[in-house]
Design a protein around this ligand. Sequence first.
Ligand code: 13P
Length: 256
Amino acid sequence: MRRQPFVAGNWKMNGGLAANAALLKALLQGLGAADAVEVAICVPYPYLDQVSRLLRDTPITLGAQDLSPHTAGAHTGEVSAFMLADFDCRYVIVGHSERRISHHESDDLVAEKFGAARAAGMIPVLCLGETLEERRADATLEVVFRQLDAVLSRHGVTALAEAVLAYEPVWAIGAGRTAKPEEAGIVHRALRQRVAKEDLAAAADLRIIYGGSVKADNAAALFAQPDIDGGLVGGASLDADEFLAICRAGFGKRTT
Ligand code: 13P
């Protein structure tokens, strides 16, 4: 099993040259022995150059928040996976609910983006999650399976060997309302079982992280769930002390 705990910060549309430098300095000073947990931060495109320079030869890995499904050409405003790779981006978020909802990204488009990331050697962090209405209608698993199956049917289960799943219930994002650890744990277990139906080893190795109002005071309880391998952290990743405390909560997990 190679499920090293993983905590990724998603800065969303936040940051600035001076603020980024200060935040990274504090994170790098505070991180210390980071072997047990892998830490990444996913920054807005304009800051990839700055942040990739500041993270060179450090334990923190760089990621982006989205990418184009295309490789090059007449796609005004788009950024390709190969451009991201130029900045040493290792991870890229695909299918974040803020993009599925505000930018009308379909399951098929998300699957295309997943493939574009893999083709450039990057690791997609595939976000899956239900809305409050869907949860109330008892459709949580139906929704996350549909979102996952769009990727599996296009790329096959082997594509998950170099990918991370992020279960992010839409109703818990930025809401200050987190899924209860057991509640999230049930969905994580169901996702792993779904993958196991296709490939047991792939399921055992797959990192499935949780996102949605992860904070310093709830991270350890979430990460203690056997199928939760870390977190995708929005708001709390903008505060060094808070994010460091969340990263430390990942240390308690098994590392082999
Ligand atoms: P918050 O941690 O701000 O709820 O955001 C979660 C998220 O969307 C991470 O991608």
